[in-house]
Design a protein around this ligand. Structure first.
Ligand SMILES: CC(C)(COP(=O)(O)OP(=O)(O)OC[C@H]1O[C@@H](n2cnc3c(N)ncnc32)[C@H](O)[C@@H]1OP(=O)(O)O)[C@@H](O)C(=O)NCCC(=O)NCCS
Length: 316
């Protein structure tokens, strides 16, 4: 039988908006409207996560999902509108409702990121604009590359070459149990860095790979660290046979920034990764530090992929 709506322009929906927090709120039905890594949370969404869903006659039509940070902002992690409901202003509406929910939770800023790989980036930017968000700005770079090629390229970085094995002054130790003195040095560095005090090194230590995580010492004292951890979900297809390490956090003391010591630290990390897991094992990192963005752009020709990440921040 001919479908009754065929050939007709149909506006088959009224939209209801609902907060999807808690078991029984129906969040699980929205699993296809976010990234697979985030969808398991939806069935019983709990703080600091919160979401706004749009229903059309009881069926999921769109979802805005994010979390409230312990400081002053809320981060939008994903927004998706089911294909048949796109282009009718639903994303902008979801953004508006999600912002209101963020404000109710005490946030004074809302942040959203997307990258050059976001397929509907133009539509997303237009939705942000319609919802009154400032135009996204370049915020950082995301790199995926092979450990062997990266180690080789970093070693060619002028000004670093001579410092890679400068063990008289700096050492790049693999991660071992830290002493109380090391931990005190790390707390001092966290205070100078602006790293949120509630971010404990122990959070990362639980997951880190000691082979390619590095403690940087200068004359015996901790001046920096590089964490590496197994990649939970590889953000690229076709490389499932490779070992991959994500480098989520690195810091170097202000007193020795811009000396090439951190770049040397990464050389040690990538070299150790290549030795342990093969030159073709994958390195994944994000950076928004100007110096490292510059280095990352120089690594781009030998990387598998470098994406630009854009950020929009709206004051509430
Ligand atoms: C991005 C997305 C959420 C937009 O949803 P939507 O409901 O279609 O958005 P809206 O209807 O509110 O449209 C917003 C604006 O985008 C414009 N737009 C829609 N599709 C577009 C496209 N393909 N290219 C450029 N602009 C587009 C609309 O014209 C509208 O602009 P206007 O306000 O100036 O008229 C939707 O495309 C989607 O779910 N994409 C997949 C997931 C995604 O990429 N999410 C963003 C990053 S997490």
């Amino acid at each position: 039988m001919e479908h009754p709506f065929r050939g007709r322009k149909v506006r088959p929906f009224t939209i209801e908006i609902a907060a999807l927090v808690g078991a029984g709120a129906g969040g699980g039905a929205f699993a296809d409207l976010t990234f697979p890594a985030l969808s398991p949370r939806l069935a019983d969404l709990a703080a600091p996560w919160f979401a706004i869903g749009a229903f059309s006659y009881g069926a999921p039509a769109g979802l805005a999902l994010g979390w409230r940070s312990p400081s002053d902002f809320a981060q939008l992690m994903s927004i998706m509108v089911a294909p048949s409901f796109r282009g009718q202003g639903l994303a902008a509406r979801l953004l508006g409702e999600w912002e209101k929910a963020a404000a109710r939770l005490g946030a004074t800023r809302v942040c959203a990121c997307h990258s050059t790989r976001t397929k509907q980036g133009a539509a997303f930017e237009a939705a942000l604009a319609r919802a009154g968000w400032p135009a996204p700005q370049l915020h950082g770079l995301h790199l995926i590359g092979e450990a062997g090629a990266l180690a080789e390229a970093v070693a060619q970085w002028p000004g670093v070459r001579g410092r890679l094995t400068d063990s008289q002054i700096s050492t790049f130790d693999t991660w071992t149990t830290l002493t109380a003195v090391d931990r005190a040095a790390i707390e001092r560095l966290k205070a100078e860095s602006g790293i949120r005090p509630d971010i404990a090194i122990q959070q990362y230590e639980a997951a880190l790979d000691p082979v390619c995580s590095v403690i940087v010492r200068r004359r015996g004292e901790v001046v920096g660290w590089i964490f590496a951890e197994p990649v939970r979900q590889l953000p690229i297809r076709g490389y499932d046979d490779r070992v991959a390490r994500f480098y989520p956090v690195a810091y170097i003391a202000k007193s020795v920034q811009h000396t090439g010591i951190m770049i040397a630290g990464f050389w040690h990390a990538y070299s150790r990764q290549a030795a342990a897991y093969g030159c073709g094992s994958l390195v994944v990192y994000r950076t928004s530090t100007p110096g490292f963005m510059q280095l990352t752009r120089r690594l781009a020709p030998i990387a598998i992929r470098v994406d630009e990440i854009f950020e929009s921040i709206k004051k509430l």
